[in-house]
Design a protein around this ligand. Structure first.
Ligand code: S3P
Length: 190
């Protein structure tokens, strides 16, 4: 008899990809890359994959086609990535706000919310003016609004890890601990 295929719902924790969610500037890409190298897993960055698929930058997609077109592409790209082999995935800040993307992440992966306060986020995004959503008269006010809108939804992630002032490696370690406590990683996996 054919073995039963693993359905999305019973995908074992140890086979699941690890998806980082959270606001712009929190360090999903840097932290994700380091986590991946520590766990010997491939690292993927959703924004980068969207740029590859579209052949232009996220800012250009927003400017030329608008945010809703970007969100459609983001949903499709993340669904495709989650269907692939186990990996660490850094998502753009808005990805987890999409109900279908959230559902796909819940079925296929373990989600980790990297949480930080507005001061730290603004300090970190201040260094690069590449975020289309922050091209407003009052970027800090925009970030505060995003915190209010998004934090209740990010809180649906499986795990939450605080990102504070200090080196990214501290956050990487905190994620590893949280993943071990949740049974996603075995003791010998790092
Ligand atoms: C966005 C965050 C960005 C990028 C796009 C929209 C958002 O990614 O996907 O500019 O809605 O918060 P980062 O969180 O990696 O900056």
């Amino acid at each position: 008899m054919e073995p039963e295929p693993i359905s999305a719902e019973n995908l074992p924790l140890s086979d699941r990809s690890i998806v980082l969610v959270g606001l712009m500037g929190v360090g999903k890409t840097t932290v994700g890359r380091r986590l991946a190298s520590l766990l010997h897993l491939p690292f993927l960055d959703a924004d980068h994959e969207i740029e590859e698929a579209a052949g232009c930058s996220v800012s250009e997609i927003f400017a030329r086609f608008g945010e809703s077109s970007f969100r459609d592409g983001e949903r499709r790209v993340i669904a495709r990535l989650l269907d692939g082999p186990r990996h660490i995935l850094a998502t753009g800040g808005g990805a987890f706000m999409d109900a279908r993307t959230r559902e796909a992440i819940k079925r296929r992966a373990v989600s980790v919310w990297l949480k930080a306060d507005v001061g730290l986020l603004m300090e970190r995004v201040g260094r690069k003016g590449t975020r289309p959503l922050l091209q407003t008269a009052d970027p800090r006010g925009t970030m505060e609004r995003l915190v209010t809108e998004r934090y209740p939804v990010y809180a649906e992630a499986d795990l939450t890890v605080e990102s504070r002032e200090g080196p990214h490696d501290r956050v990487v370690k905190a994620i590893v601990h949280a993943l071990r406590d949740a049974g996603v990683l075995q003791k010998d996996e790092t």
